[in-house]
Design a protein around this ligand. Structure first.
Ligand code: LLP
Length: 417
């Protein structure tokens, strides 16, 4: 048993749904991201079903994995998206997304991005500061449009996660300080070209407990009630994303418990509820396939040098994040403790430390839980073309992004005349 339902062993061989992962490596090469269609759909449906009868919108956070084939799953199922750039918005529209189900988050929206979103007719801008509201009001006025707005409020709640991905503390750059939010909400009535429609918060990512969500929700609801009492109606509550997944030993609450906790906090209030999950929808629906290029046994440590690197999956190098690493063909002979490292010229280029594996040159490994913030954070460091991406569906294999070529990579560069 792998512990990951979409990617499991049959006869000691790792499969993605009904496809042997070694077959994918033969056909498409490595490194290669592999996603399971069934896992994506199951994750979305668990969130959606948990709202049972309540007016809601599950807005997939595009940043987690922005491949068009993945974005294309959510619209036909009634889902929306959370975008943070003009580029993400364009992807969503190309993948058939409904602009009326798009929210636009982020601390640094540029006027051209605002224009694109206003032209598309998105559901809501999640505004993070007063100067942003000033610019949005001006841009909307120039276009003769009214911008729908939620203010993203920073509730000052400890999400108890890695400091780099905690966003809801008062010292973080995100959102409007809780104590200033009410004043800004009330003064937003003076902006002629914006209309307040919602209230938003997001406190961090990879949360493995419900308490911080419930605490943030309580603060936000208190603010909502005060605003309504003062004659400012709010149509929707956007409670952000952040539900964690199991990488190793964590036991995050299932999506249904998380949604039930939010719904119970909101109680009888009749606002539509939006959430913005990213990782919990795609994280465990993907793996990164890589091949052992060389083994290096030194008197101090054993290294498995694989063909994937920190440019393909940055999470271990950036957050010291743990990803399970499994052999594609299980073999229990001669187990050693390995450092799983990539070819990039940095000591920080590791994918896993101290993994007990039985390895030979040419073996395939699957780096698990790589569906979220894997490909979307990849780079071309060391002039490494980005990996291919493949989706399995039952026994079918679809290439959803070709491996990048070096020619594509240098195409925009020019030598001086
Ligand atoms: N909404 C907003 C406003 C966000 O900033 C984020 C993530 C999400 C939703 C989705 O959060 P999720 O459900 O995926 O936790 N690169 C990091 C994660 C950064 C998350 C940034 N914001 C990682 O690899 O762990």
């Amino acid at each position: 048993m792998s512990g990951f339902p979409a990617f499991d062993y049959r006869n000691a061989r790792l499969y993605g749904e009904s496809v042997q992962l070694d077959r994918i490596a033969e056909e498409f090469g490595t490194p290669c991201y592999v996603y399971s269609r069934a896992a994506l759909i199951a994750a979305y449906e668990e969130f959606d079903a948990a709202f049972a009868g309540r007016d809601h919108l599950v807005c997939y956070a595009v940043k987690a994995n922005s491949n068009l084939a993945i974005l294309n799953f959510f619209a036909p199922r009634g889902g929306g998206v959370d975008t943070v750039s003009g580029g993400e918005l364009l992807r969503v529209l190309k993948a058939g997304g409904d602009p009326q189900k798009v929210v636009f988050s982020g601390v640094g929206k540029q006027p051209d991005e605002m224009r694109a979103a206003l032209a598309a007719g998105i559901l809501c801008f999640n505004v993070e500061a007063e100067p942003e509201l000033v610019v949005l009001d001006r841009v909307a006025g120039e276009m003769n449009k009214i911008a729908p707005v939620s203010l993203r409020v920073n509730p000052d709640v400890d999400a108890k996660t890695h400091p780099y991905i905690s966003t809801g503390l008062k010292e973080n750059k995100f959102g409007i300080p809780f104590d200033e939010a009410e004043r800004l909400y009330l003064s937003s009535r003076e902006f002629a070209n914006v209309r307040i429609t919602g209230l938003d918060c997001h406190i961090g990512s990879q949360l493995t407990e419900l308490d911080p969500f419930v605490e943030a929700c309580g603060k936000i609801l208190g603010l909502l009630d005060r605003l309504e009492t003062q004659g400012l109606p709010i149509d929707h509550l956007d409670l952000g994303g952040g539900l964690g997944i199991r990488y190793a030993g964590e036991s995050p609450p299932p999506a249904r418990d998380y949604v039930a906790a939010l719904c119970s906090a909101v109680g009888q209030r009749n606002q539509r509820i939006l959430i913005e999950p990213g990782r919990a929808l795609v994280g465990n629906a993907g793996v990164l396939l890589t091949r052992v290029a060389y083994l290096k046994h030194t008197p101090y440590r054993n290294f498995a040098i694989v063909d994937a690197a920190m440019n393909d999956l940055m999470r271990p190098a950036l957050y010291d994040a743990y990803h399970e690493i499994l052999p594609v063909i299980a073999n229990r002979n001669d187990i050693k403790t390995y450092q799983i490292v990539g070819p990039v010229c940095e000591t920080g280029d590791f994918l896993g430390h101290d993994r007990k594996l039985s390895l030979a040159q040419g073996d395939l490994l699957a780096i698990m839980s790589a569906g979220a913030y894997g490909m979307s954070m990849s780079s071309n460091y060391n002039t490494r073309p980005r990996a291919a991406e493949v989706m399995v569906d039952g026994d079918r294999i679809h290439l959803i992004r070709e491996r990048e070529s070096i020619e594509q990579l240098i195409a925009g560069e020019k030598i001086l005349p």
